[in-house]
Each structure stands twice: as structure tokens, then as C-alpha cells.
Ligand binder design. Sequence first.
Ligand code: SF4
Length: 106
Amino acid sequence: MMAAVSDDGLRSEIAHLLTSGFVTDVFPRADSHERVQQLVSDLRLAGDDLKSKLRIAGFTSYPIMQHDICQLCETCMYYKVHRRFCELPELNLPVEPDWSCRLWRI
Ligand code: SF4
């Protein structure tokens, strides 16, 4: 049986993708209930496919400014500080504090 990929290993893999030209759907941001529901539904369909999850959620390896608010994992309600982890169930991925995605919520 293969060992599970560690948070650090998966975080490195994501960082590599995000900094080597992998394109994600950064906009439009999820700024309405309907859009959040649509994205969550799309993420559920993506299942465990990492690239699909990153693309649908619009991951970036840097914060995104939106309506004068800096959106980054560190200030998101789904961010677990000590584990550097996104606890949104449909993402459930290791992240860095200065990354962002369009499901950001405060
Ligand atoms: S939902 Fe929040 S913590 Fe998770 S990746 Fe998006 S911005 Fe980061």
C-alpha cells in the first residue's frame, strides 16, 4: 500500500504547479451565495482530482485584491493556522498563508 502524501509534500506539489504556469480560474470571485454554491458543487464533482480542484477554486500563490480587501488564506475562515491547511471540506488541502482562492471568506 502506498503511503499517504504528507501535507508538506502535497503543499510543495501545489506550489510547483502554481508557479510553473498552471492556469486556474481566478475570476470571477465567489461574491454571491449562488456563485459559492456553484463552485462548491463543481468542486464536489471534481472529487480528489488535484488539478481540477485548484483550477475550479482559482488558486494563486499570492494574495488577490478585491474591492480594496486583500484576500489570502491567512485571513480566511477556512484556514487552520498551525497546520497551514484549508479546511473547506471540498478543498481539504495544505496551503500557504499568502496563497488565495476565490472561495475566500472572512
Ligand atoms: S477557502 Fe480560504 S483557506 Fe481555503 S484555499 Fe481558499 S482562501 Fe485559502
